[in-house]
Design a protein around this ligand. Sequence first.
Ligand code: NAD
Length: 259
Amino acid sequence: MRLNDKIAVITGAASGIGLEIARTFANEGARVALADRAAPEVEHAAAGIVDQGGRALPIVMDVTDEQQVDQGMAQVVTAFGRIDILVSNAGIQIVAPLEQMALADWRRLLAVHLDGAFLTTRAALRQMYAQGGGCIIYMGSVHSKEASVLKAPYVTAKHGLIGLAKVVAKEGARHGVRANVICPGFVRTALVERQLPEQAAARGLTEEEVIRDVMLKDTVDGQFTTTRDVAEAAVFLAAFDSGALTGQSLVVSHGWCMQ
Ligand code: NAD
């Protein structure tokens, strides 16, 4: 098993990509703390892993709330003793043209993606520095590299995560901490299902046309990336065994974005 006895915290782990990463990490031998904002959902997600023989702890945490993040990370250390891996994954999407974007929506999205990444990183680093190492993975996006219409705060936040990862890679190196970003293409999770009707209305297209002509248009094979694809990339980054792989971003997008 590639993550035997590692302790991992995954935010946004009650659904979609985060849940798949938690399940995959548990199957690879890790003890996983699933952090998400609503108790019933995150408890259900963790119980599903325990039912399959995994070791999982639900943590109720709104990643935009400093106190909840610090308390939640402390809970993980109390339960498991350390934090080897942080996957900063919690995210939302808000689709609107810039001239109609409300300031409150702009701030809400940046708070989840950027304040959330900062607060969980800071709490994780304090523990990782004390224990002598660790690994942080940020859930970026092809929108960390490319822009799309209707997604100004999302594109801005996802580009920002690459900057944060590079700083963590530099500051963390002497403490044995690595930081990298995964940049998935479109994955058919709740986050994408919700935006299909919104994008269709905003562009005057059917939902099928949004999938074919917008979301998958520039992939090499017209395929969605899967939660499994992203989880495999996360295991690869988490299990990497030296400081050589840090400050990088790995695009997993069926060739939508080629660097
Ligand atoms: P999802 O909606 O299935 O999961 C997102 C999770 O984040 C949910 O469980 C939600 O409750 C949680 N969350 C939201 N706000 C939170 C907060 N303030 N505190 C704690 N948890 C919070 O969506 P997903 O597609 O699995 O998205 C996961 C990550 O992957 C996001 O960062 C997203 O931007 C990124 N991503 C998704 C895609 C895609 O196509 N689905 C592509 C690239 C990147």
